[in-house]
Design a protein around this ligand. Structure first.
Ligand SMILES: [Zn+2]
Length: 215
């Protein structure tokens, strides 16, 4: 699937691009596409006034970009909650469905869905669901790769990305899990996590998209 402009806006937001610059490299990793395609789309988004781009630093959403991304993210995440809580989906299965649904959801349906779900504030991946008309502000968090061995962390939010979520399901890593960082391999090697129940090794790439709270 070729990601469209809205996927870019959402990903930039998910990577913290409402408050700081997000590198092209992170966008390439998040969408699993070539650097050239990312550059091309970023140029379009800059022309449309949805992002600002600084060479070598990356992109940040403008107010208009943030507003557009927030509406989509809200619809997307409300559907995720619905699919997981009411239709028995697991968190790695909801992305594609929510991706389709978000584009055909009117603002009235969005309001009804929100009320039906009793106004949830987080999606199954730990992402914030803004109120209607509000913008998304994810809590500023570092990713798993930013903490030293011995740190105790809680998995607080992960990117809503199928490949990543499948991988985490295989490792039986779940949102809100608490682990101690037992070992960090050199040269961006795997990171070993441990708690009472298990010990798991997670790739550096995946760890760099997992946002954690330090306990
Ligand atoms: Zn989500």
């Amino acid at each position: 699937m070729t990601p469209n402009r809205e996927d870019y806006l959402k990903l930039i937001l998910e990577l913290g691009g409402d408050q700081k610059k997000v590198s092209n490299k992170k966008i390439v990793a998040g969408l699993s596409i070539s650097g050239a395609s990312v550059s091309e789309m970023i140029n379009k988004l800059v022309k449309e006034g949805l992002v600002e781009h600084s060479p070598y630093q990356g992109v940040q959403l403008t107010a208009a970009g943030l507003e557009k991304a927030s509406t989509l993210v809200r619809k997307h995440r409300l559907w995720e909650v619905f699919l997981v809580d009411h239709l028995g989906y697991s968190w790695n299965e909801v992305h594609d469905e929510a991706e389709v649904l978000e584009h055909v959801t009117s603002s009235q349906m969005e309001q009804r869905l929100d009320a039906y779900l009793s106004h949830p504030t987080f999606c199954p991946h730990g992402g914030m669901i803004p109120q209607q008309g509000q913008t998304v502000h994810e809590k500023g968090r570092e990713t798993l790769v930013n903490y030293p061995e011995g740190s105790t962390i809680r998995i607080a939010r992960v990117l809503d990305e199928k490949e990543l979520l499948d991988y985490l399901m295989d490792l039986t890593i779940d949102i809100h899990d608490v682990y101690t960082i037992k070992a960090i391999a050199a040269y961006e090697g795997p990171i070993t996590l441990q708690n009472d129940q298990k010990e798991v090794s997670i790739s550096y790439k995946a760890a760099s998209t997992i946002f954690v709270d330090l306990l």
